[in-house]
Design a protein around this ligand. Structure first.
Ligand code: HAM
Length: 416
């Protein structure tokens, strides 16, 4: 038997109803904040991610699904969406015109990580990106949007972690100080020994307990922010406070991707274990120029849908759908039921029947499994009298309904 690839899951019903519900809520909230959907290819040129995310990151260094296509061009299954969204924005000129441009996208991402709870090789993100405005108000609005989605999904027990990574000038100064601090430290992991030379910021993102211990006394970027970056960050925090958002400043938060500048944030949820970040994002004001585009300030976030669904209550999104089962005995009744089935569906009532001529008892079992609220029982006698027996499954109560009124009655109850 051929099995699914390690780290790549099948999402099955009824679990998929929860996913649909999460996505529907996210789409509604994006609509309220003026975002529109963009749909992108899953494959991009490898160079796009290498240049955006950074050569020293785990994602580019170890986790990309890259392969040559038949012409020998190196392609990569997208490990994230931000680089692709920006590629499309620049390629299609969506950055033109005044004001903020707001886009969202949903879909699978691919990273060759070691699979474990909350970490998959194909996982799903709900992605938000806003372009064209550097004002701290936009940072606050994007964070409020993220929290709005999570609140409507009834996700409680979260913490918002936030930091500022400064602009390139702040980062040059900070990297020099951090590099100096790291040079004399013994016992860094192999990756960090290399990174302290190439990109010391990456050392701050190392997961090794030992490296984390060493970093306890490392300098923090907050002390290296230029006046503009410091004022920007202070304003973002003041706005969050104004809206009653509880946040925790995390002076060592750098995120796993190199493109961030200024505001960076994560939302972590309790109950997720080691992989506790349900969402992460920040500003990436320099990425457009990095990719050969114009100056284009930008900010965004991605929610990890797999992790989000892990912590949301089980029964959410699994509302009691109004469903009707038609139980028919004998060929004439089955023919009638088959017609009624289509009529009900045309009137927006979810309806099902047995197509294999089972006994009444077996059909009632099917009705239960289908989750029917009502079962309509049709036999020779019902056809003769022109009245069907309608059973409310929860109470077992029954009523007789004229066949010609059946669809109208059930459609009306479905709307109640
Ligand atoms: P990221 O932090 O790499 O950021 O990913 C965002 C979220 O995706 C994480 O917080 C986590 O919930 C989820 N995630 C990441 N890797 C996995 C995995 N292997 N399995 C399950 N879930 C995972 C980004 O991707 C940025 N593009 C976010 C962004 C948008 N920044 C600006 N705009």
């Amino acid at each position: 038997m051929i099995k699914a690839i390690r780290g790549m899951r099948d999402l099955l019903p009824p679990e998929t109803s929860r996913w649909q519900w999460v996505e529907q809520v996210a789409r509604e909230v994006f609509g309220l904040y003026g975002y529109r959907e963009i749909r992108l290819p899953l494959l991009e040129r490898t160079e796009l991610f290498a240049r955006s995310i950074g050569a020293d990151t785990d994602i580019v260094g170890k986790e990309m699904y890259s392969f040559p296509d038949r012409k020998g061009d190196s392609l990569t299954l997208r490990p994230e969406a931000t680089a692709s969204v920006l590629r499309a924005v620049l390629e299609k000129g969506l950055d033109k015109g005044a004001g903020v441009k707001k886009l969202y996208t949903l879909g699978p991402m691919f990273r060759y990580e070691r699979p474990q709870k909350g970490r998959y090789r194909q996982f799903y993100q709900i992605n938000c990106e806003a372009f064209g405005v550097d004002a701290p108000e936009l940072d606050a609005e994007v964070i409020l949007l993220l929290l709005d989605i999570l609140a409507r999904l009834k996700l409680s027990e979260t913490r918002l972690l936030i930091n500022s990574l400064g602009c390139p000038e702040c980062q040059v100064k900070f990297k020099a100080a951090l590099g100096l601090f790291l040079i004399s430290r013994e016992g860094l992991c192999e990756d960090c020994q290399r990174r302290r030379e190439t990109n010391p910021l990456r050392v701050l993102d190392c997961k090794s307990v030992h490296c984390k211990e060493i970093l306890k006394d490392a300098p923090v970027i907050r002390d290296y922010l230029c006046p503009d970056c410091a004022a920007h960050f202070a304003r973002v925090l003041a706005l969050l406070k104004h809206f009653g958002v509880a946040y925790e400043e995390q002076p060592r938060l750098v995120r796993g991707l190199d493109y961030y500048s200024r505001t960076a944030f994560e939302v972590v949820a309790t109950g997720l274990g080691a992989q506790d970040a349900v969402a992460g994002g920040g500003r990436y004001n320099g990425l457009s120029q990095e990719l050969g585009g114009p100056i284009l300030p930008a900010i965004g976030f991605a929610i990890g849908e797999d992790r989000l669904l892990e912590v949301l209550p089980r029964d959410l999104g699994q509302g009691n759908e109004f469903k009707v089962f038609l139980a028919a005995l004998g060929e004439p009744a089955r023919d009638k039921a088959f017609g009624l089935l289509q009529e009900l569906r045309r009137c927006n009532v979810a309806a099902e029947m047995d197509l294999e001529g089972r006994s009444l008892k077996a059909q009632m079992t099917l009705a239960d499994r289908f989750g029917a609220l009502y079962t309509v029982i049709l036999g020779d006698r019902e056809l003769e009298t022109g009245e069907a027996m309608v059973r409310r499954m929860a109470e077992g109560s029954q009523e007789r309904v004229a066949l010609q009124d059946l669809t109208t009655l059930l459609a009306a109850r479905a709307r109640e």
